[in-house]
Design a protein around this ligand. Structure first.
Ligand SMILES: Nc1nc2c(c(=O)[nH]1)N[C@H]1C(S)=C(S)[C@@H](COP(=O)(O)OP(=O)(O)OC[C@H]3O[C@@H](n4cnc5c(=O)[nH]c(N)nc54)[C@H](O)[C@@H]3O)O[C@H]1N2
Ligand SMILES: Nc1nc2c(c(=O)[nH]1)N[C@H]1C(S)=C(S)[C@@H](COP(=O)(O)OP(=O)(O)OC[C@H]3O[C@@H](n4cnc5c(=O)[nH]c(N)nc54)[C@H](O)[C@@H]3O)O[C@H]1N2
Ligand code: SF4
Ligand SMILES: [Mo]
Length: 669
């Protein structure tokens, strides 16, 4: 028997970015384990990681290009047939309408540095339309950048040193299992765990304190907590004097949030707010970890700024076990792929990604005629699904590159089968730990499957563009993307993940911040200039919040969050996952259910002016009353289709999406 073990990395859009050891026997993957050389992910992978054994050779995996017939059915065609037809259409569209009539969209289905190779086609094509912003996290990134100058945080393992951990809009028990392990270890050592989340989750189940504010009111909660902290003298006056900018206007801003007002906005008891403010300020060391949940709302950036300032107000930065955690981009150090053709003279145009559906239909000069989607399933994952589908219907050419026949692939004119993570080498960065990792190739792609690199090369060949960027040795290409001074790191990366940032384990230990002033910016002129918001992190009521006019017609707020055994629309089609995963239900508070005549197991219709979706009812007393929940991500056709009702709002900074700002009504189906 031929048996080997290859070190590689899971490239999912997941905090963990686990190092993995893959055992191959006679050309088949038989076993996956965590790589003990990655100190953050410590030799473990989740069930999704283990399920790659099933996923990579799943019978539903696509191994031939598909073309839509006139009657709407998809039929197998050869690669030559598919690519020749796609190229003929792209050629004609460019000639008649210019390159901007084509959309190139890359989702988050797989992360890796090679995605930059797409430029080697689009640059000589003359440019392309692309979305800007992100469905995921940009409001929080921008808020952190404006406040501290950069997105990074302490090394994850220092979580163990914490004695007070405040999770804010974050559910790491499901979305970051390795952070969760470290939190539980800190708790065993005596740390207190507090969580701010309108829902009860696996994370809140383990918490010592759980506050359940109205969704979208976190900005007010943070300002109200700050008001308590300052009124009680629990702030760090020395830190503010030496390392902060614009404290006076901020103090004025928080003075408008006495406890009674904060309580009435957030729907929390004044005493709960006071107790949390005191406990956090006195925690030593105290760590504040913000998730992405609280920034899927319209005023997300300002809310995140207000929350992000609490560690600075209380002098908790630059300390093991303390600090601010949102995203750590220390491993994002790579250059673009080498030998890309020049982008000089190419045309570009973009729209906020949240608006995909409406942009597909309404962009002008030129209108969009074709769209190319890879590593993306927008028909499941984008808000306002009906608009997305309508947008697709008006296009002459939709190409989808994916491993499975997803909701999006089903609507394509051409589906091109995609490689799996094991079938091409790449470099993978993370957003929680600081390690750059080498995704070593484990297997050849199955017969009938081409990598994205090969697909772009084939397009270049057919257009007569240079293929130089594709023709170099794959490992040499990766080496050339490494940062200066680390060109030799590739050999080391074969053996272990590496932190090339030279930044040390404790973020801002020297209290030198990368903001324009070099200080923590409590007041940010850049925030006003770039985004037109107040220079202080003032609070505004959410446009689809409980006080809005819409709330009269749609009294419930729908949250659509993540779950442990899936990543968005991935994994839920595998038997190994379906056996153990959470049911796809509508969680509703008992009082909200009773007043609508709904009982456990009934099928409910969730609706608003944008659309409707159905799900079986689960009575859940753990929710804040007035808030309902359905898991996001449609992996199989009988999953609830929640994005039929979510809105395509744009966050106040970063061009993010506002999935959780969604008023609905619910009734028996
Ligand atoms: N297993 C698994 N892990 C994942 C993912 C996955 O799909 N599955 N996805 C990955 C990706 S792409 C992302 S973006 C991250 C997301 O990781 P998280 O930030 O942990 O997840 P979310 O589910 O977006 O939101 C976290 C919590 O915020 C709460 N929340 C919603 N609105 C509000 C609000 O207004 N205020 C407050 N305080 N809380 C609110 C929700 O109830 C939810 O429990 O997880 C990553 N990890
Ligand atoms: N209602 C609601 N909607 C949401 C969210 C929410 O909280 N609520 N969360 C949002 C967030 S945070 C995110 S990040 C987005 C994620 O949205 P997407 O990025 O679209 O998410 P995925 O479903 O993870 O992956 C898309 C596709 O990539 C494919 N894929 C995997 N590997 C490869 C590969 O190597 N090559 C190619 N070509 N394809 C591959 C998968 O098979 C999958 O079909 O969803 C957003 N949508
Ligand atoms: S999905 Fe996340 S937790 Fe699971 S193996 Fe991949 S990186 Fe690790
Ligand atoms: Mo995300």
């Amino acid at each position: 028997m031929n048996r080997r073990i290859v070190r590689t990395v899971c490239p999912r859009n997941c905090y963990c970015t686990c190092g993995m050891l893959v055992t191959v026997e006679d050309g088949r993957i038989v076993r996956i384990e965590g790589d003990p050389e990655n100190p953050a992910t410590a030799g473990e992978v989740c069930l999704k990681g283990l399920s790659y054994v099933e996923r990579v050779s799943h019978p539903d995996r696509l191994t031939s290009p598909l073309r839509r017939k006139k009657n709407g059915e998809l039929e197998s065609v050869s690669w030559d047939e598919a690519l020749d037809r796609i190229v003929a259409a792209l050629w004609a569209i460019r000639k008649e309408s210019g390159p901007l009539a084509v959309l190139h969209y890359e989702g988050s289905g797989s992360h890796g540095a090679l995605s930059g190779l797409a430029e080697a086609f689009w640059n000589p094509y003359g440019g392309v339309t692309r979305p800007h912003g992100d469905l995921c996290w940009p409001a929080g990134l921008e808020a952190t950048r404006l406040t501290y100058g950069a997105n990074w945080h302490n090394h994850p393992i220092l979580t163990r040193d914490s004695r007070f951990i405040l999770l804010w809009g974050h559910n790491p028990a499901e979305t970051n299992i390795h952070q969760w392990r470290l939190i539980l270890e800190a708790q065993e050592e005596g740390a207190t765990l507090a969580v701010v989340d309108p829902r009860s989750t696996d994370s809140t189940d383990a918490a010592d304190v759980h506050l359940q504010p109205r969704p979208g009111t976190d900005g007010a909660l943070a300002l109200g907590m700050a008001q308590v902290i300052v009124a009680e003298g629990l702030h760090d006056a020395d830190f503010l004097r030496d390392h902060a900018l614009g404290v006076e206007p901020y103090l004025e801003c928080i003075s408008a949030f006495p406890l009674e007002r904060t309580s009435s906005i957030t729907g929390l008891e004044a005493e709960e707010i006071r107790t949390l403010a005191r406990a956090y300020a006195r925690g030593n060391p105290a760590l504040l970890v913000a998730g992405f949940g609280l920034q899927r709302h319209r005023h997300a950036g300002q809310a995140m700024r207000a929350v992000a300032l609490l560690p600075a107000l209380t002098g908790k930065l630059g300390i093991p076990g303390g600090g601010w955690q949102y995203a750590n981009l220390s491993s994002h150090c790579l250059g673009p792929p080498p030998l890309l053709p020049s982008s000089e003279g190419t045309q570009t145009r973009s729209f906020p990604t949240s608006r995909l559906g409406r942009s597909l239909q309404h962009l002008r000069d030129p209108p969009l005629r074709a769209a190319w989607f890879e590593k993306a399933n927008p028909v499941s994952q984008h808000p306002r699904t009906k608009e997305v589908i309508r947008g697709f219907a008006g296009l002459e050419l939709v190409v989808v590159v994916d491993q499975f026949l997803t909701d999006t692939a089903r609507l394509a004119h051409y589906v091109l089968p995609a490689k799996s993570l094991f079938e091409e080498e790449d470099l993978v960065t993370a957003y929680w730990h600081p390690y750059l990792q080498l995704r070593q190739k484990v297997l050849d792609a199955p017969v009938g499957v081409n990598t994205e690199t090969q697909i772009w090369r084939e397009l270049c060949l057919r257009f007569g563009f240079t293929t130089e960027a594709f023709d170099m040795d794959p490992m040499e290409r990766l080496r050339a993307m490494l940062p200066e001074g680390h060109e030799d790191a590739l050999e080391g990366l074969r053996e272990r993940p590496m932190d090339l940032s030279n930044r040390g384990e404790v973020a801002w230990e020297d209290h030198e911040f990368e903001t324009p002033s070099g200080r923590v910016e409590f007041t940010s002129e850049a925030a006003t200039q770039l985004w037109g918001v107040d220079s202080v992190p003032s609070y505004e009521a959410p446009p689809e919040g409980y006080e809005s006019e819409l709330a009269n017609r749609y009294p419930l707020q729908l949250l659509t969050c993540k779950t442990r055994e899936r990543i968005h629309s991935q994994f839920g089609n595998l038997d190994g996952i379906r056996e153990v995963e959470r049911p796809r239900v509508l969680d509703i508070h008992p009082e909200d259910a009773t007043s609508r005549g709904l009982e456990e197991g009934d099928v409910a219709r969730i609706w608003n002016g944008r659309g409707s979706a159905e799900a079986p009812v689960h009575i859940n007393p753990g929710l804040r009353k007035g808030v309902i929940h359905v898991l996001e991500g449609r992996c199989v056709p009988d999953d609830p289709w929640v994005n039929l009702v979510t809105g395509d709002g744009i966050t106040d900074m970063g061009y993010g999406a506002t999935f959780y700002e969604c008023r609905v009504e619910v009734e028996p189906a």
